[in-house]
Design a protein around this ligand. Structure first.
Ligand code: CMP
Length: 139
């Protein structure tokens, strides 16, 4: 069993697709084992996306991620990291396969509705960024 972190980003919350995102994960056999809504400060968004600190889009991305509430969740299942990434679709919605979350709801490469960890290492960092051990359901 593998765990990954997924986020419904501020654009996704505004569009009212929190339930739709969760439904797509659950329909694929994945389990939500932790969930909460929060509003990140700019500093918190910068910390979360620290791996992108040298990218040209870092400032704009962290402005966007702190512009409104988000829903963060831990998703568990066999091959959960890859499964969530498949359900989300490509980062750029114009390249996302039909029927994926980003193809259906994203505005552009930045306002792309959802986030999912891209490796076991990033999943570990990202889950710990938002959740304590006690907040993650076991069994
Ligand atoms: P995410 O999967 O959360 O990982 C990093 C985020 O940076 C990505 O989704 C997009 O929201 C954003 N991003 C990635 N590439 C670009 C880009 N070229 N221009 C603007 N934003 C980007």
């Amino acid at each position: 069993m593998e765990k990954t972190l997924s986020i419904v980003k501020p654009d996704g919350v505004k569009k009212g697709v929190i339930g739709e995102v969760i439904k797509r994960y659950e329909s694929a056999g994945l389990k939500i084992v932790a969930l909460k809504m929060l509003w990140m400060s700019k500093e918190e968004a910068k910390g979360f996306y620290i791996v992108h600190k040298d990218k040209p889009f870092y400032d704009s991305l962290t402005d966007f991620m702190s512009e409104g509430p988000i829903v963060v969740m831990v998703v568990e299942g066999e091959d959960a990291i890859n499964k969530v990434r498949e359900i989300m679709g490509a980062t750029n919605p114009r390249e996302a396969a039909p029927g994926t979350i980003r193809a259906d709801f994203a505005t552009d490469i930045e306002r792309n509705t959802v986030h999912g960890s891209d490796s076991p290492q990033s999943a570990e960092f990202e889950i710990k960024y938002f959740f304590s051990e006690l907040e993650i359901m076991k069994g």
